[in-house]
Design a protein around this ligand. Structure first.
Ligand code: TEU
Ligand code: CA
Length: 587
């Protein structure tokens, strides 16, 4: 495929339909100065690597000034870079060097909340009648309670990071809402001054050259007025605020206003909202181009197939569940709207460990999952290290975790059982954290087999995975049969095929739910992905003529015997891509 020419979409404003975005979690990407924390110069040093992979854009998790209570998702200054990552001058160089390689730069926009160390919040908390008091969500103690008394919180909501969602400000005797960490107070989007300040900040970044935003929990910005008590789920100390936090009554109005105020008259940008709990209908509304809200959203349905409402209570996803869910979303957004495609990010375990098999079938499952995802209709996201098949970490004890969510969860869960049950409980919690902890995705990127995997010359802030000797970039880039080269091929396919970029989607039922086979068609051209998403050999029952109706194999993760096509057997995690002769553009 190296000699082929990329196809271009009708308008440059739709570039993201044919793009692949790479998520960088800067802390763990590449450290340039030996302090053990990844930084902007580290990113600059790796831009050639990203260009070789072929991605069109990078999304940077937050790099703004921050006390790092939640690794930068707690922002103290929206218009500066945290010294741990570098300076604004370094940032400008990231943008300029990325652009010179044809890579766009997407910022993480965290505006549901700020840090409690943001100047806005410092003012807001300074007195009950400060002009910025109304920029955050302040409430009096619950009727009949004294401030600070147990149960005096204005409602029963729990924080996503354990404990109540309210923190008392002793000085002024009122509570502020924080859906996440107590150092992440929620902004009050009902206040038009807040919205205008956010829009101004966004314009400032766009003017500086960034190409768009990934918007953190953007579906939480409009809350149900009155902030009512939420339902209690078993095993939780608090009520669930979620029904009143997510998709509040003014969400669409705010997103449309943001579009008008920030993006109108601009071209070539990308907007992707993070929307936990989004249904297909909600996602369709937000991403319907005619409504001018967002280009696409990250939805979480396929992230909830393997656990109950407590995400650390894990179980194996039912056979075929992932394919079935991805199919529902393909069909749901076929006419209107657009999908974001991802299997991993900085909040989720590693995709090959979670959905694949990171031991016996490591290569096959990493590449089969990639095939299943990357040929769908939508914009694929590669999370750093996923293109190398990086795996979960072999956590042995709670001391090894850094993530505030994990640590707080451990403490809260242990506090709920009598001391004689603690040892058993601790084992259960650790098993849940091992499977689901966000730190799984946050261990340093494995660049080579050297000390600390080439991530830092110092001591990394989070341990390097001991499998760095067998899983690393140095060993994979340019090597036939590596996970990296397979990703490169998939990304190239999207760039060279209109069917992949904007063709229709049709799932082909091959008789077993573990087989995810689907056809993408545009005009007369077709591409078909055939994947076996389980660790057993399966025997497909092909409908007449399939999959050969879609041409012949152009990419596969194991040798294909063309004389035995259509395959009567698919090996564990086998993946093939079929294409009709004209479906991939060639010079
Ligand atoms: O995450 C929001 C979110 O809903 C979850 O994925 C969350 O991280 C948690 O795992 C729920 O159990 C976003 C960011 O991606 C995350 O890193 C931040 O911690 C969070 O918002 C707060 O800004
Ligand atoms: Ca550093």
């Amino acid at each position: 495929m190296s000699q082929s020419t990329p196809v271009t979409l009708a308008t440059s404003d739709d570039w993201w339909k044919q793009a692949v975005v790479y998520q960088i979690y800067p802390r763990s990407f590449a450290d340039s100065n030996g302090d053990g924390i990844g930084d902007l110069r580290g990113i600059i040093n790796k831009l050639d690597y990203l260009a070789a992979l072929g991605v069109d854009a990078v999304w940077l998790s937050p790099i703004y000034t921050s006390p790092q209570a939640d690794n930068g998702y707690d922002i103290a200054d929206y218009q500066d870079i945290d010294p741990v990552f570098g300076t604004l001058a370094d940032f400008d160089e990231v943008v300029q060097q990325a652009h010179s390689r044809g890579i766009r730069v997407v910022m993480d926009l965290v505006v549901n909340h700020t840090s409690d160390e943001h100047a806005w919040f410092k003012e807001s908390r300074s007195s009950r009648n400060n002009p910025k008091r109304g920029w955050y969500i302040w409430r009096k103690p619950r009727e009949g309670f004294q401030a600070g008394q147990p149960g005096a919180e204005p409602n029963n909501w729990g924080s996503f990071f354990s404990g109540p969602a309210w923190e008392l400000d002793e000085e002024t005797g009122e509570y502020y809402l924080h859906i996440f960490h107590r150092k992440q107070p929620d902004l009050n989007w009902e206040n038009p001054e807040v919205r205008q300040a956010v829009y101004a900040m966004m314009r400032w970044w766009l003017d500086r050259g960034v190409d768009g935003f990934r918007m953190d929990v953007i579906n939480f910005i409009s809350k149900v007025p009155g902030l009512p008590d939420g339902p209690h789920f078993e095993g939780s100390m608090y009520g669930a605020g979620f029904p009143y936090i997510a998709f509040g009554p003014r969400l669409h109005e705010f997103l449309q206003e943001m579009h008008r105020e920030v993006f109108e008259g601009r071209h070539g940008f990308i907007t992707v909202g993070e929307t936990p709990g989004a249904t297909i209908d909600q996602a369709r509304l937000i991403t319907d181009p005619a409504r001018e809200e967002l280009n696409m959203v990250f939805q979480f349905e396929h992230m909830s197939l393997d656990h109950d409402f407590d995400k650390y209570h894990v179980f194996p996803a039912p056979r075929g569940a992932l394919a079935e869910n991805l199919t529902a979303w393909q069909n749901g957004l076929a006419e209107r709207g657009w999908n974001s495609l991802y299997l991993c990010n900085h909040d989720q375990p590693r995709s090959v460990s979670r959905f694949g098999d990171d031991s016996e079938h490591w290569y096959a499952s990493a590449t089969a999952l990639a095939t299943a995802l990357h040929l769908l209709r939508g914009t694929p996201y590669v999370y750093q290290g996923e293109e190398l098949g990086m795996t979960n970490f072999p956590w042995a004890s709670i001391e090894e975790f850094q993530d505030v969510e994990a640590v707080n969860y451990w403490n809260e869960q242990l506090s709920m059982v009598p001391s004689e049950q603690r040892e058993q409980k601790a084992k259960e919690i650790l098993a849940g954290l091992r499977a689901m902890s966000r730190d799984n995705a946050r261990t340093p990127v494995q660049w080579d087999a050297g000390p600390e995997a080439g991530f830092t010359s110092g001591t990394p802030w989070l341990a390097v995975n001991p499998n760095k000797d067998s899983i690393n970039a140095a060993q994979q880039v340019g090597r036939q049969g590596s996970v990296f080269e397979y990703y490169r091929a998939l990304i190239s396919l999207r760039h060279h095929s209109t069917a992949v970029a904007i063709g229709t989607f049709e799932r082909i039922d091959a008789g077993d739910p573990a087989i995810f086979a689907y056809r993408r068609s545009y005009g007369g051209e077709q591409i078909m992905a055939v994947t076996n998403l389980c660790s057993e050999t399966v025997r497909p029952a092909w409908p007449a003529g399939e999959p050969l109706n879609a041409g012949s194999v152009v990419l596969a993760n194991r040798p294909v015997d063309a004389s035995a096509d259509p395959p009567v057997r698919l090996a564990p995690w086998e993946a093939r891509v079929y294409a009709t002769p004209g479906a991939i553009t060639v010079d």
